[in-house]
Ligand binder design. Structure first.
Ligand code: AHR
Ligand code: AHR
Ligand code: AHR
Length: 481
């Protein structure tokens, strides 16, 4: 059985089932998600390898070979057509044209399920999905349940990495107009014990960790690599539950009455579904989503416990984030541009600006050092890399507003993540393309001989699609210095 078969036997069927990694019904063999590739704008759908099975990641890999791919649609497996697509602007605008949010990279969150490769949905700040015309979702004070499998190590404190029920007009309509899973370490409204991250309920104008607003010590910090998060709510009751999605069983972090603060009892749920954003399209948050469902009715703890057992049996595990020619830890490297007309230029720095400069064996020692980088374990994720300056030890290449800078490591989580890059085989067939870990739609690119993390088409000048594959492909050699 799949999770939604279990919810159905419990009398609380799924009204929406979303996953890019696997079928959530044992009989489901339809499309899980749609990807769009950068080379020609073509789309394809990715289905399970077999009914009830894991997504056919190999089909994505071949469709997206030598280009970039975005997740354009996350299909609803329930048969109700409650698909998730690019979120429109609301109280807050997204970064894309017309205020839409970004779409997620199709390759930012590789995993395996029972040894078979699949891809999750890596939500960078600015990214979001939504459906405002959902069939069968809970409205008003009606009961519902939901769970999601997330990456417990990928989060931030911005509003709001959510999955669940929200407003149908993308605006903050008032207390009680949402009921969604939140995951992250925002302390703007509520918090739990420790320093986070926490699973909380986004009930609109508040992330709730227990009976009242603010801190509730019963809600623990949870950060297992694979995390099951559960929220459910009905007339004057709701609950938060959580577990390691790779082992063990659910714990109940809160179960009881609605917050006494005005507007949350009864609730005024509207029934849209959001992923990666707040109800008003607040889009500063980050996180990774692998699978999740919304139900009608208040699922029993026993039903949820059987769903958790099903998730554990799916055996989520990590897999490599990198490919292409290896960059040896601790070695000094130089990275040569491969765009025709620029092949004597190397990734270098001029002060704090990262750029490309013409370098050769007869260049000055100073220039050779400016174009040489020590490969370090990724400061934000040791499965990827960071580049420490040869001439300024302690300073690393990082992105800020998508420009590459050479800055001193200030020890913050933000710096560490901005300085983490995941090399893969070069998109033009040469060397490596180097993905920004935290923005996997973006690659290290030279544009007018200045370096950025750029997407393949987008709102910035440096996101131009023309010569993208060449501008993001670098031949790595032993460092000049
Ligand atoms: O409840 C927290 C957030 O507050 C909601 O997600 C958003 O709509 C509002 O800004
Ligand atoms: O480069 C994109 C973002 O811009 C970085 O993650 C952040 O540090 C800055 O605001
Ligand atoms: O960085 C040099 C060139 O500048 C890039 O190849 C091109 O995309 C931009 O015009």
């Amino acid at each position: 059985a799949g999770p939604c078969d279990l919810y159905a036997s419990g009398g609380t069927p799924c009204i929406a089932a979303h996953s890019t990694t696997r079928a959530l019904y044992s009989a489901f063999a339809g499309p899980l998600y749609q990807v769009k590739r950068g080379s020609d704008g073509a789309t394809t759908t990715i289905a399970p390898l077999a009914a009830g099975g894991v997504a056919n990641a190999a089909a994505q890999d071949s469709f997206c070979a030598s280009t970039t791919c975005l997740i354009t649609v996350i299909y609803d497996q329930s048969g109700r057509g409650n698909h998730l697509t690019q979120a429109p602007p609301g109280g807050f605008k997204g970064p894309e044209s017309n205020g839409y949010d970004n779409l997620a990279s199709a390759t930012g969150a590789p995993v395996t399920l029972n040894g078979q490769k699949a891809y999750g949905v890596f939500i960078s700040p600015g990214t979001g999905y939504r459906n405002n015309a959902v069939s069968g979702s809970a409205k008003g004070d009606a009961a519902e349940g939901m769970y999601a499998v997330l990456d417990g190590t990928h989060y931030n404190g911005a509003c709001c990495f959510d999955y669940g029920n929200a407003e149908t007009n993308n605006l903050d309509i008032g207390n009680g107009h949402m009921e969604a899973i939140y995951f992250g370490d925002s302390t703007a409204w509520g918090s739990g014990s420790g320093s986070g991250p926490w699973i909380m309920a986004d009930l609109e104008n508040g992330l709730f960790s227990g009976s009242g607003a603010g801190n509730n010590a019963g809600d623990p910090s949870v950060s297992s690599r694979f995390l099951t998060a559960v929220i459910k709510g009905g007339p004057n009751k709701w609950a938060i539950r959580g577990a390691n999605a790779a082992s063990g069983s659910l714990s109940t972090y809160y179960s009881g009455a609605r917050p006494s603060k005005s507007g949350y009892n009864p609730m005024s749920k509207e029934g849209a579904i959001i992923l990666g954003i707040g109800g008003d399209n607040s889009n500063g948050a980050q996180g990774t989503f692998y699978e999740g469902v919304m139900t009608t009715g208040y699922p029993s703890d026993a039903t949820e416990n059987s769903v958790q057992a099903n998730v554990v049996a799916a055996k989520y595990a990590t897999t490599s984030l990198t490919s292409g020619p290896a960059l040896a830890m601790g070695s000094s490297v130089s990275l040569r541009a491969t765009t025709a007309g620029y092949t004597t230029r190397y990734l270098a720095h001029t002060g704090s600006t990262v750029d490309t400069q013409v370098v050769s064996s007869s260049s000055s020692t100073a220039l050779k050092q400016q174009a040489s980088w020590t490969v370090r374990a990724g400061l934000g994720n040791s499965a990827c890399l960071s580049f420490e300056s040869k001439d300024t030890p302690g300073s690393y290449i990082r992105h800020s507003d998508f420009a590459l800078l050479l800055n001193t490591n200030d020890g913050t989580k933000q710096f560490h993540e901005d300085a983490t890059f995941c090399p893969q085989a070069g998109l033009n067939g040469q060397g490596n393309s180097i993905r920004a870990w935290g923005y996997p739609t973006r690659y290290v690119r030279h544009y007018s001989n200045v370096a950025y993390v750029a997407s393949n088409g987008g709102v910035h000048t440096f996101d131009a699609a023309a010569s993208f594959n060449d501008d993001v492909s670098w031949v790595v050699s032993t460092g000049f210095a």
